[in-house]
Design a protein around this ligand. Structure first.
Ligand SMILES: [Fe+2]
Length: 161
């Protein structure tokens, strides 16, 4: 960790690091969920394959940003994918259970909302203290809010039940 970075992150840095590790596990869990769905979706969902693939790419990009911030704070993300479901707080996402368009979107909405809460909490915790993490939390919060809105819109207009 850079000297000034450490000074700025201040005494709450351990809590910030824990939340970032949670976020890392959550982003990679979400990445895998969307990627698996994009590869295996059935029925009319096949028409939305690209949408799920793009979401997977997006979540991977988020994990990268979280990883960079962890490094700036002098640590690394945890390295065991087997622990992601526990660390993320999202539990088992089990994408193979959600391979129809509606079920895939509804499940995604559920975990997007958990991640939104996490970034909102993170932003609250570091506000006026650690601007580096604050900026990241707002950036990712904004992206997840947009995803929530998009998924809600698609679900609202879905004509097949
Ligand atoms: Fe994300």
């Amino acid at each position: 960790m850079g000297k000034m970075g450490k000074e700025i992150a201040g005494s709450g840095v351990e809590g910030t690091i824990e939340m970032l590790k949670t976020a890392y596990a959550g982003e990679l869990s979400a990445f895998h969920y969307f990627w698996y769905v994009s590869q295996n979706i059935e029925g009319l969902g096949v028409l939305e394959q690209k949408f799920f693939e793009e979401r997977a790419d997006e979540e991977l990009g988020h994990a990268k940003k979280v990883s960079v911030r962890l490094m700036q704070l002098g640590t690394n993300a945890k390295d065991d994918p087997a622990l992601w479901e526990q660390e993320s707080g999202l539990g088992k996402l089990q994408p193979s259970r959600y391979l129809t368009l509606r079920s895939a979107l509804e499940k995604a909405l559920e975990f997007e909302r958990s991640v939104i809460k996490l970034y909102n909490d993170l932003a609250n915790n570091v506000k006026d203290k650690d601007h580096g993490t604050y900026h990241l939390a707002l950036d990712l919060l904004d992206a997840e809010l947009e995803d929530e809105q998009t998924i809600e819109d698609i679900l609202a207009k879905l004509e097949i039940h």
